[in-house]
Design a protein around this ligand. Structure first.
Ligand code: SF4
Length: 477
């Protein structure tokens, strides 16, 4: 099966098929010069003010043929040896993933890096918030590098600290700060892993917690036990889909639009709210729609439709199942009979599943070739550049979270890790009632979940491995 990059280049040169934006065919170093080319997959998205910009890549990398770039990456990696570890996200393009030491979701990867303590540098081939999380969990002696600073996340960029603090102040005016008779505080902030370190820190400071797409329900249960309601950011869809599954009425989930007074709701609506949903979404997952599911069912009777919970509610409702990338992968791996799967998540991951499980028919619900275009900005040219800079004794593109923010963010992450996750398909039965203990130190966070990577198509994504316990936290983005 051709890689997503090959498909996009074919579309560009032959006019065949369709890609979500013609700009994807441009060299990633050109993106900064494309007016209006934003952080997500939509041409309508704009790069937020203050978002990191990548400087021009030296010409020798821009002009090099792919074969030369791969040879230079391999040579630099060999020279650096165990001093460097390369992490590749599930949504990353094959041309980069083939050089990764680990393949997984963002949190798995941040933890995987900790299994290589001798690595002085962690090269994170994902997006900006992922590199920040890796830095938060890294040892003080380790540097985290994002090969292209323009690899942001459209969803994470939709909630910034100023807007969230402004929202919080307005909510405090409405609810006050006193707990109710049961000791529950007025609001618990919950941030999705796909958010800036600043927002994770905000949650840490305000009794809040981080969630992933695989433990969102568990996290909300904890938040409802400690608070009367939840402020959920930045992904409205994950918040809505999860709370709806838990029985929260849609009328009790007002949206918070940071550009409107009281987020666009009345104070009565906010008084009645159980979950206040931030007005954010993933540009990739919002592309999925019910029509695609209907078309898949018409063409493949009996098809099993699995979508990511970042998809809109009506898509999740129309699918057979919804779950994180880890859930999706385990569901496919657990199918004992040849099965047709229509998957609603990023196309690089779907194509990799199709290559890894040839006994099944696996395709992406979206017929348009649309990768996570910000992650796509990490071209092999950038990887070659950062590795050769490291060989030369320089460290470009270091992502560093200040220590105060990092300490607060770790609090919110540790609250999440202290919770027992719900089992997923393919999970082994717990060997005991014990579960991964809540980490209490920077080092203690390290060994929760590890993903083992390898060449494209044979990459073994992680089954949860948490220390020596079977009931590991299934953390997923
Ligand atoms: S797939 Fe969506 S949420 Fe994930 S990194 Fe890309 S833009 Fe962000």
């Amino acid at each position: 099966m051709p890689s997503v990059d090959t498909l996009i280049q074919t579309i560009r040169t032959t006019g065949a098929g369709a890609s979500c934006t013609p700009d994807l065919a441009k060299g990633p170093w050109e993106f900064d010069r494309v007016t209006g080319y934003g952080p997500g997959s939509s041409m309508g998205d704009v790069i937020p003010v203050g978002a990191p910009r990548q400087g021009a890549l030296p010409e020798q990398y821009r002009l090099a043929a792919n074969d030369e770039l791969h040879a230079r990456i391999r040579a630099a990696k060999e020279t650096l040896g165990s001093r460097v570890v390369i992490l590749g996200h599930f949504y990353q393009r094959d041309e980069v993933v083939q050089h990764a030491d680990f393949l997984g979701d963002s949190f798995q990867l941040a933890n995987a890096a900790q299994t290589v303590p001798e690595a002085e540098t962690i090269v994170f081939c994902g997006v900006h918030f992922m590199a920040e999380t890796a830095d938060i969990l890294a040892k003080p002696t380790q540097n985290v590098i994002l090969p292209n600073l323009a690899a942001g996340c459209s969803m994470a960029d939709m909630a910034d600290l100023d807007s969230v603090e402004e929202c919080w102040a307005q909510l405090e005016e409405i609810y006050g700060a006193e707990p109710d008779a049961d000791g529950r505080v007025p609001v618990i902030p919950v941030t999705y892993m796909n958010s800036s370190a600043a927002l994770k820190g905000f949650c840490g400071r305000h009794g809040g917690i981080v969630c992933t797409s695989s433990n969102a329900e568990t996290v909300l249960e904890d938040a409802f036990a400690r608070g009367q309601r939840v402020l959920f950011f930045p992904d409205q869809h994950l918040g809505r889909n999860t709370a709806k599954k838990m029985g929260v009425a849609l009328e009790q989930m007002p949206m918070w639009n940071p550009r409107k007074p009281l987020g666009g709701s009345t104070s009565e609506q906010l008084q009645d709210a159980r979950v206040i949903l931030w007005h954010g979404f993933c540009s990739v997952h919002k592309r999925f729609n019910v029509g695609q599911i209907e078309a898949a069912r018409a063409e493949f009777p009996g098809v099993r439709v699995i979508v990511h919970p970042e998809c809109p509610m009506e898509v999740v409702d129309a699918a057979d199942e919804a779950g994180s990338t880890d859930y999706i992968r385990k569901a496919v791996a657990a199918a004992t009979e040849p099965t047709t799967f229509a998957i609603g998540t990023e196309i690089n991951m779907v194509n990799r599943l199709a290559a890894e499980f040839p006994q099944h028919t696996i395709f992406c619900l979206d017929p348009v070739v649309c990768p996570c275009s910000t992650m796509y900005r990490i071209h092999p040219g950038y990887l070659a550049w950062v590795l050769e800079e490291l060989v030369a004794g320089r460290s470009p593109n270091v992502i560093e979270v200040d220590e105060v923010t990092a300490a607060d963010a770790r609090l919110a992450l540790e609250r999440m890790l202290a919770l027992r996750p719900k089992p997923m398909p393919g999970d082994p039965a717990p060997a005991s009632t014990a579960h991964a203990p809540a980490p209490r130190s920077r080092e203690g966070v390290a060994d929760a979940v590890v993903a083992s990577g390898g060449p494209v198509g044979s990459a073994a994504a992680s089954d949860s491995v948490a220390g020596s316990t079977a009931a590991a936290p299934n953390v997923e983005v």
